[in-house]
Design a protein around this ligand. Structure first.
Ligand code: SAM
Length: 283
């Protein structure tokens, strides 16, 4: 049963217009957390909404309400527990990979699964891949799942909680021989792999452009960069591509845009976009 259908019994027609029709579920059949946005107009109905989510999805053990936008360098939110267990650590399953995480401590969005798969499918056997801003590892593990002949995936993450989960998830996905988890700032840690990577993934739409310097230097001779950015509808790819051209000039590289696409809506008129491009040293 859909949430709004269930709520029809308890809410007025006017209240129903403000009721959430979607929410995220993170976790597994055994234990999951639901994350929902509730209009302040429905403040006195929030517990009822949470209980209804739990009735529909028996695996949901906690319902969290979003209390803020994503904040800080770690890109995490504040939440209110509406109902259920205090312990919100889960194991999320996505296209055959397993990710242990606590959504209250780290960034994770199940909505980006298709995008991760799209990037992973492009990886060729023998490649060395750097995943900057790796979080708990969804890109890294999707890559090793889809392309088991990848040579190495270097996954760099700043949030110590996310890094801890990343380390655990390496074991959980049995890729100790492929994925190298690195704790720290990409600005500092990426240096170790300058000139060694075939591919760099940059999944930090808020600010990845400030790390293009490091991404270009990680590529060995020729390679591909997946660059994420927030863009307004009216000039979707222009700013992102201008940033790319700036570094191509700085590092004397030729650039070929392979793809430029909307990934997900972010806010009214604003999208998370991805530009995939090939760089090649020309000197
Ligand atoms: C938008 S999240 C993406 C996480 C992960 N790739 C995913 O798809 O779930 C960005 C991540 O980058 C991390 N981060 C932010 N600035 C960083 C930096 N300078 N160096 C390394 N990691 C950083 C944050 O802690 C956060 O986990």
């Amino acid at each position: 049963m859909k949430l709004k259908e269930m709520l029809r019994e308890y809410l007025s027609e006017e209240e129903l217009k403000h009721a959430p029709s979607t929410f995220d579920i993170i976790g597994s059949r055994e234990k999951a957390v639901a994350i929902v946005e509730i209009d302040p107009i429905l403040e006195d109905k929030k517990y009822l909404i949470a209980e209804s989510i739990m009735k529909i999805h028996k695996n949901v053990k906690t319902v969290l309400r979003k209390l803020s936008e994503r904040k800080t360098m770690y890109r995490i939110r504040e939440y209110e527990i509406l109902t259920g267990e205090e312990d919100t650590e889960v194991i999320h399953k996505e296209h055959g990979i397993r990710l242990k995480l606590d959504p209250r401590k780290v960034y994770f969005s199940p909505r980006e699964a298709t995008e991760r798969l799209r990037v992973a499918k492009q990886v060729k056997p023998g490649e060395v891949v750097m995943v900057m801003f790796a979080g708990v590892g969804p890109y890294a593990f999707m890559i090793t799942k889809v392309q088991p002949l990848v040579k190495k995936v270097i996954a760099i993450e700043l949030n110590p909680y996310a890094y801890q989960y990343l380390v655990e998830n390496v074991k959980l996905n049995k890729v100790e021989n492929k994925v190298i988890p690195v704790l720290g700032d990409v600005r500092v840690m990426a240096k170790k792999w300058y000139g060694e990577c075939d591919r760099v993934v940059m999944p930090l739409p808020k600010g990845a452009y400030r790390f293009l310097d490091e991404a270009f230097q990680c590529i060995k001779g020729e390679g591909v960069i997946h660059f994420y950015f927030w863009a307004r509808e009216e000039s979707l790819f222009n700013n992102a591509i201008e940033h790319i051209w700036g570094y191509a000039w700085k590092y004397k590289c030729s650039v070929k845009i392979l793809d430029a696409r909307k990934v997900l809506p972010y806010a009214p008129g604003v999208y998370k976009i991805c530009v995939d491009f090939r760089v090649k040293n020309i000197y």
